[in-house]
Design a protein around this ligand. Structure first.
Ligand code: SAH
Length: 362
């Protein structure tokens, strides 16, 4: 049993059950024992491998997309380059190496890393130490200075807290974490109800026990991004594990040492994520006045961006086993059934901008 689990139990005993959102926030962000504060989650030693850690090609192709965005914006002489939740800093290092092909882009960019974990900030600083730009660290996206924006986020929104509501005979009631008779963490249902007008019409006939998720924290950030882009111009590329249309379903999951785990078993030790509702994210940016381009799957995005050509160039003159490793990485990043269709890519720009490789707004 972890210290954090004991503390969560003590808190529930005195203050009452936690919402799923409160539980996620504590497990991931507790300053002493939260997952991102204490653990080394990425890579083969950690709990999961993210796309930038699979291959340098991922960050390079996002770098190419950022160059295309900068061009579409009319090559502003100064802009805020932002990454949300940069992990080990690998994506940004690869992005900047690619973007260095256009020295004027690097000259114009002010680099902002939105990262709450002091430990990961140190790792990111080290990763970027040989790169062309010095990062400014921000606790929240709201702290990024104004001006045109080019923003990327990979597997950031899935770490933000969700609320879950369970369909019962009395309506949609908030799912909570309380204590069982013998003092263990257990799921239950609270008295808080989701207002009927917050439920999409096609869920009105969902069976009892169905679960509906909301992501107010993610949507608030998306709205702020949309607001900045609509006001000052800009482009955002948001990549995550998620779904394109609002639907019922329980997507909260724990990953512990590369295996799925009971969500309540290892607070602070297991990674907790939820799938991202891209329909809701896109709607939040549009509400703020920006345009959301039709989302692509990660596979479509990478192939349209030239993944196969980049793989060929990277493999030229390399040994057989190095070429094999590059082929494996292409499969892993872009093949259906792997990251290629599970991950989605949403692009947001100010209206009237065309942003290849995304389709223009119709
Ligand atoms: N983008 C990286 C890492 C994804 S993990 C990659 O693809 O490898 C999620 C990242 O978001 C971590 O860096 C974590 O510390 C950060 N993070 C989680 N919640 C956050 C929050 N509320 N504000 C800022 N950063 C957060």
């Amino acid at each position: 049993m972890t210290g954090l689990k004991d503390r969560i139990k003590a808190r529930i005993a005195t203050e009452g059950p936690l919402s799923v959102a409160q539980y996620m926030s504590v497990c991931l962000g507790d300053p002493d024992a939260g997952y991102y504060m204490t653990r080394e989650p990425f890579g083969s030693e950690g709990d999961f491998i993210t796309a930038p850690e699979v291959s340098q090609m991922f960050g390079e192709l996002i770098g190419a997309a950022c160059l295309s965005a900068w061009q579409a914006l009319g090559e502003p002489a100064e802009f805020q380059l932002v990454e949300l939740g940069p992990g080990r800093g690998t994506l940004m290092a690869d992005l900047l190496r690619m973007a260095s092909l256009r020295p004027a882009f690097i000259k114009a960019a002010r680099l902002n890393m939105v990262e709450t974990s002091p430990r990961l900030r140190e790792i990111q600083t080290a990763t970027l130490s040989r790169g062309p730009l010095t990062p400014h660290f921000r606790n929240r996206f709201q702290d990024v200075p104004g001006g045109p924006l080019i923003l990327v986020a990979n597997e950031f929104f899935d770490a933000l807290p969700i609320h879950q509501f369970v369909k019962t005979a009395r309506g949609w009631q908030e799912r909570q974490i309380g204590l069982s008779q013998d003092g263990e963490l257990m799921f239950g249902v609270g008295t808080a109800r989701l207002p009927d007008d917050a439920i999409p019409a096609d869920l009105s006939s969902a069976p009892e026990g169905a679960i509906f998720e909301t992501q107010p924290a993610a949507n608030a950030i998306a709205e702020e991004i949309g607001h900045r882009i609509a006001g000052n111009g800009g482009a955002a590329i948001l990549i995550d594990y998620g779904y394109l249309n609002t639907a019922a379903g329980d997507t909260l999951q724990a990953l512990y040492k590369h295996a799925y785990d009971d969500v309540l078993a290892h607070p602070g030790e297991a990674d907790l994520t939820a799938h991202v509702n891209f329909e809701a994210l896109a709607a939040a940016t549009v509400r703020a006045g920006a345009q959301a381009l039709a989302p692509l799957t990660q596979g479509e995005f990478l192939l349209r961006s030239g993944l196969l050509e980049r793989a060929g160039a990277l493999g030229a003159g390399k040994s057989h086993s190095e070429q094999e490793a590059i082929r494996d990485a292409v499969e892993r990043l872009a093949a259906p059934g792997q990251m290629g269709d599970l991950f989605k890519v949403l692009a947001v720009t100010n209206s009237g901008i065309s942003f290849p490789p995304f389709d223009s707004a119709s």
